[in-house]
Design a protein around this ligand. Structure first.
Ligand SMILES: [Zn+2]
Length: 362
């Protein structure tokens, strides 16, 4: 069965529930987007994102119950996200290179001795390759069964599990690495609690997160696969709540992508007062909405130009690129078959104009 149909069927089996802000606990929020990607890139539908009026955190609300995500990550997640059950060789090599880049960055900042490392959301574990080469004792967990089984065949010490359900001893790891996983955790508080428990005193939590700079279409940025849309301020509140402190944050293109940000946090002993932390780090939600509205408007105007220019005939990649440079349009073109990429770009632009005019991305 087509994985999209399986996904839609799974969604029908579970209900959506309203949730309070997972960072500060407030029920006081405002909808600021109604519509977004609900499956494969380019497939849009009802998707409600709210912003917390107390701390400025953005998250999907209502959202599915935990059991939905347990089911989803078992098999379907990568089929939907990567359009295939197991990672390709290209993906494997990319993961190894990315792992090396993150390792080199970490080693350049903290000349840490070898120790025990957990890759939280490791997929098939290839990111751990460089760490193992440098003598680290590596462990990985991921809820996606086919990915973990493949990694095991390659000899990685990984298991099918989730961050919410970490089963390691207290103070076991020197480093927990989490590359783009905490946006996918169905319970980010539980995950951070478990990470805190298993990490040694003064141990490091290294995180790659989706930057809030929002590249490309807001309909793609605010999508079904990410349950929360972080800012560095919201990270600070969440981390302080769980006993971590950010030592270093970076927007460097460590893995080569502009849309990722990173931080290294240390496990401390003191828990800060939550309301104090919200007061210090919380975002003014109205300002945050204005900031995003400005981006949406700019993006909308770019989409209008593209739609107007290319209504009748699909351009070649060369013509499309020439047009966006001439018009000073910041447009993210994905890799892959050039015809398909341009076709999708134009469809995305058309869709955005329609939904913006309909008031669904206000
Ligand atoms: Zn909040």
């Amino acid at each position: 069965m087509d994985s999209n149909i399986k996904y839609q069927n799974l969604k029908k089996k579970f209900r959506r529930v309203k949730k309070n802000c997972e960072i500060c606990g407030s029920s006081n929020n405002e909808i600021f987007q109604n519509y977004g990607r609900t499956s494969y890139p380019g497939e849009y539908g009802l998707l409600r994102i709210v912003i917390c009026k107390d701390c400025g955190h953005k998250y999907q609300n209502p959202n599915f119950s935990d059991n939905f995500y347990k089911e989803y990550y078992k098999e379907l997640y990568r089929e939907i996200a990567f359009d295939g059950k197991s990672p390709s060789n290209l993906y494997i090599n990319q993961q190894k290179q990315r792992g090396k880049k993150v390792f080199d960055w970490y080693a350049s900042v903290y000349k840490s001795d070898k120790g025990k490392m957990l890759d939280h959301g490791c997929a098939s574990g290839f990111t751990m390759a460089e760490w193992e080469k440098k003598g680290w004792d590596c462990y990985g967990i991921d809820p996606h069964r086919p990915s973990v089984l493949l990694g095991k065949k390659h000899g990685y010490n990984i298991k099918i599990s989730s961050g919410e359900d970490l089963k390691f001893k207290k103070d076991f790891f020197d480093v927990v690495l989490s590359l783009g996983s905490l946006e996918h955790s169905y319970d980010v508080n539980k995950s951070l609690k478990k990470i805190y428990f298993t990490l040694k005193e003064s141990g490091h939590l290294i995180v790659r997160w989706r930057s809030d700079k929002i590249f490309g279409s807001p309909l793609e940025y605010f999508n079904h696969n990410h349950y929360r849309f972080f800012t560095i301020n919201c990270w600070k509140i969440l981390l302080e709540k769980h006993g971590f402190r950010i030592l270093l944050d970076s927007s460097k293109k460590i893995e080569g992508w502009e849309s990722y940000d990173y931080f290294i946090a240390v496990k401390g002993t003191k828990q800060k007062n939550l309301s104090e932390s919200v007061k210090v780090n919380g975002l003014n939600y109205k300002k945050e909405i204005l900031k995003i509205e400005k981006k949406r408007k700019t993006y909308y105007l770019s989409c209008k130009k593209i739609v107007k220019e290319f209504t009748k005939k699909q351009p070649s990649e060369f013509d499309f690129r020439r047009f966006i440079i001439r018009e000073n349009i910041s447009w993210g073109l994905l890799g892959g078959d050039s015809k398909q990429v341009i076709k999708r770009s134009i469809l995305e632009a058309k869709r955005y104009v329609i939904e913006y005019d309909n008031g669904n991305v206000f």
